[in-house]
Design a protein around this ligand. Structure first.
Ligand code: SAM
Length: 280
């Protein structure tokens, strides 16, 4: 059951600690604690969960995660100005919040959390996409995380959940859907944030599957998909030229028409093609 904590309203926290949003850090804060609690419970109950939060800022989502029962939240924040506000939250939830002042792109969290952990973040979109790709491409599968709940620009969220045949279907959809269930959990208008960004946003929820949906070598799959979608308007026999000898035969062996475009090939087809390429 969610309960709103006894900490001051986020507007007061921002004023007290002079947390004027910095554009360079992509700061658009969520101030509605009912909304942050809803985002926190996107993947179900957090009772007893270990959670990695990236970019807590003044702590709206952090408070949601703790109020929803997370046993431990590791929050990584690059902006040192946010630390006093986060320390207040840590005092209100003794022993449950660890804050690290670091760049999430340079930090190894494995020493701080026990797997499997959940990830929850409202991050600048460029950092979010880079971290998503890293989380989706670990050295081995299953990964140490069980789910990712991430705020994205709505257009990026649509690319993650896209189906074959759509304009948004590409590398991100294939990487995500190969080893995860994906869904858009909610969409948010600019006014949900302070200051409001120019675009609409969406929360995407990804749950790690215990094994990939179809057999393929991860590195080969990434390579063929990157090349196939690099020239997405070309037929595959042209887009994939030079990848391996006899590319048309390999496509046919995988059950793919060489005259198709990358966006017409479903995930299963890309995995079959990656298996053919791996034989070379
Ligand atoms: N989670 C807060 C919320 O929902 O109100 C803040 C969201 S704001 C969009 C993004 C946060 O990520 C900011 O606090 C910013 O300082 C932080 N940030 C930006 N780049 C980061 C990085 N590379 N590593 C860690 N934190 C980062």
């Amino acid at each position: 059951m969610s309960q709103i904590d006894d900490l001051p309203p986020l507007r007061d926290v921002i004023a007290t600690h002079d947390l004027r949003a910095k554009k360079s850090l992509g700061q658009n804060f969520l101030l509605d604690l009912n909304l942050t609690a809803r985002i926190a419970r996107t993947g179900g109950s957090l009772e007893g969960a270990q959670v990695l939060e990236v970019g807590p800022g003044p702590g709206g989502l952090t408070r949601g995660l703790l109020a929803e029962g997370a046993a431990k939240v590791l929050a990584i924040e690059k902006d040192a100005r946010c630390l006093p506000a986060l320390a207040e939250i840590a005092s209100a939830y003794p022993g449950r919040l660890e804050v690290v002042n670091a760049d999430a792109l340079k930090m190894d969290v494995s020493a701080h959390l026990t797997p499997p952990w959940r990830v929850c973040a409202n991050l600048p979109y460029n950092v979010g996409t880079e971290l998503l790709v890293r989380w989706l491409t670990p050295a081995s599968w299953p990964p140490p995380w069980e789910s990712l709940t991430l705020m994205f620009q709505k257009e990026v969220a649509e690319r993650i959940v896209a189906a074959p045949g759509s304009k948004t279907y590409g590398r991100l959809a294939i990487l995500s859907q190969w080893r995860c269930d994906t869904r858009i959990a909610m969409t948010l208008p600019p006014e949900a944030f302070s200051p409001p960004p120019k675009i609409h946003s969406a929360v995407v929820h990804l749950t790690a599957l215990s094994a990939p949906r179809f057999d393929a070598d991860a590195t080969v799959l990434e390579r063929v998909v990157a090349k196939g979608f690099n020239q997405r308007r070309k037929m595959l026999r042209a887009a994939l030229k030079g990848l391996v000898p006899d590319v048309e035969d390999r496509l046919l062996a995988a059950g793919i028409k060489p005259t198709d475009r990358a966006e017409q090939v479903p995930l299963e087809g890309w995995c079959a093609f990656a298996r053919e390429v791996a034989k070379v």
